[in-house]
Design a protein around this ligand. Structure first.
Ligand code: ADP
Length: 515
């Protein structure tokens, strides 16, 4: 090789090596060895050539990655959310990331013992033992994972010194979650998944406390000792008219988040809801569902209990911790209507037994003014959500329904056809329901024609068949004649046979109408 050829080789080499320091060093090493006369044997030239190709490939790869990164960034192909330590959403994400399926390659994990402490929710009783242990990758370096077909990346920054009124100065961290998608809904769906998982794990039950007679003795703190745990119910399993559940939930959420606003505006921080309508339409189920969703305990009091008088009511409501639901079911039962009261005043009353209303119900020991005082906040702390249910709103004294005592009245109705259809679909999930092969063969059976035998149907085909059956079921259920509870009772007779539920519904409706 002459001097000119060498110089041309050096030039083209510089062009190829580009600006990448790694490929430059590699290039210089190869070039220096190549120019060294002692190394000029053919095998070295061959290996030098390979090095050249390797260096070029590395540089091309680097530039391609940079190009990809810039394209993604330019078109905002990723969305990033940040979470501050101490915020509930941070807890959701941490728990979500404990899902072992997400992490196949991590080697370093951070372990925490966790309880379900939260701003609104269970806070009473002695401190609880840690309920479970979280094992989360440290992800100090960004880590990629896949979720429902999306690529996402998680990164945690180094702790920084923060200041808050509650904790003073403290070290706190942030988590950054990036999802590689332009769709904001994908990010919201991931967060919703994380939140649901948190609710399921941290609070699988709704706690319902009832006031105990022991409270009469004056031990206020022991008044609500009776408690039972009901499994948390998915809101989607409560079938109401369009938008009802969402509107109550959003209202309650907004209330919870607006304590500061109430304080600034000088408005007592409490909110009252009255759910009224026929029995079995889902009023109580709504309250339990909302309590589960918001992670609140329910303190339920029956005004009809003979040991509950004005003083008991006031003391027991004072003993309800802040940020809980105070529930009075069937509030109408406690009080006679004004007309009833007028009639009763004329009736003489003898003996220690409770007075009875005209309809024969024992009258509550609580007076209307005693209840109004409690609802107005006399003797009770603020920061409670009050729920009452009644089947007979017309029997309630208008004073009870004034804003500030009852802020929202929500009417429940007997089931519509749409509700009947939705109930049927919830009742027979495709993954657990077997359809009969004779579905379309029987003359008295449902009018649904199956395109293939249920034996060879996949889950989405079965789902489609069940939707058809649900439509037919609903077509036989008259609007606003039966409660959801009654329809549920009927379907329970055919737990394993949706076809029979459809073929028998018309007859059931006729029988029920006659009764
Ligand atoms: P209410 O308080 O209006 O009398 P409940 O909520 O106590 O009614 O309902 C009684 C039963 O009927 C419960 O088992 C509940 O699951 C069922 N039920 C009533 N309404 C609905 C509904 N809208 N959606 C789902 N289930 C319901």
């Amino acid at each position: 090789m002459n001097q000119d050829e060498s110089a041309a080789g050096v030039d083209s080499w510089f062009n190829l090596a580009g600006t990448n320091p790694f490929s430059r060093i590699l290039g210089f090493t190869v070039l220096a060895s190549f120019l060294n006369p002692t190394n000029r044997d053919t095998s070295y030239i061959a290996s030098g050539g390979w090095m050249l190709i390797l260096g070029t490939l590395l540089e091309v790869g680097r530039r391609f990655c940079q190009w990809l990164y810039e394209r993604f960034d330019i078109f905002q192909y990723s969305l990033t959310a940040s979470f501050d330590e101490g915020d509930p959403a941070y807890e959701w994400i941490i728990l979500f990331l404990t899902d072992k399926k997400l992490w196949k390659r991590s080697r370093f994990f951070h372990v925490t013992a966790r309880t379900s402490a939260r701003k609104w929710g269970v806070k009473t009783g002695p401190p609880r033992m840690a309920e479970h242990v979280d094992c989360v990758p440290t992800y100090e370096a960004p880590q990629l994972f896949q979720w429902k077909g999306y690529w996402a990346e998680i990164k945690r920054d180094a702790p920084s010194l923060m200041f808050s009124e509650e904790k003073g100065s403290h070290w706190s961290r942030k988590i950054f979650l990036t999802i590689y998608s332009k769709d904001v809904n994908a990010l919201s769906a991931l967060l919703e998944d994380a939140r649901q998982l948190y609710l399921e794990v941290s609070q699988p039950n709704v706690i319902i406390r009832t006031a105990d007679k022991g409270g009469r003795m004056g031990y206020d703190e022991s008044m609500w000792l009776e408690s039972k745990a009901k499994p948390r119910r998915a809101l989607s399993s409560i079938i109401l008219q369009e938008g009802v559940m969402q509107s109550i939930l959003e209202d309650a959420r907004e209330f919870i988040d607006s304590e500061e606003w109430y304080t600034l505006a000088g408005i007592p921080y409490r909110r009252g809801y009255l759910l009224h309508g026929p029995p079995g339409t889902g009023k109580s189920s709504t309250i339990y569902g909302i309590a589960g969703e918001l992670g609140l305990e329910i303190y339920s009091l029956s005004l009809a209990s003979q040991y509950v008088d004005d003083s008991f009511l006031q003391r027991s409501v004072s003993a309800i911790p802040k940020q809980a639901i105070f529930l009075i079911e069937d509030i109408d039962c406690a009080f006679p209507s004004r007309e009833e009261l007028n009639e009763m005043d004329e009736m003489p009353h003898y003996g220690p037994f409770p007075r009875k209303t005209k309809s024969g119900r024992p009258m509550s020991q609580v007076t209307l003014s005693g209840l109004l005082n409690v609802l107005d906040g006399v003797g009770s702390d603020e920061g409670k959500i009050f729920f009452a249910t009644t089947n007979y709103v017309e029997n309630l004294d208008p004073a009870l329904l004034r804003p500030g005592r009852i802020d929202r009245k929500i009417q429940y109705y007997l089931a519509t056809k749409t509700q009947a259809e939705a109930l049927f679909i919830k009742f027979y999930p495709a993954s657990l329901t077997t359809l009969s092969s004779e579905l379309s063969a029987s003359p008295s059976g449902p009018n649904v024609v199956l395109e293939k035998s249920p034996m060879v149907m996949n889950i989405s085909e079965r789902q489609a068949a069940l939707v058809e059956l649900a439509k037919e079921f609903a077509s036989h259920v008259p609007e606003h004649e039966f409660s959801t509870a009654e329809l549920q009772g009927y379907l329970l007779m055919w737990k394993k046979s949706p076809e029979s539920a459809v073929s028998g519904v018309s007859e059931w409706v006729e029988v029920e109408r006659k009764e």
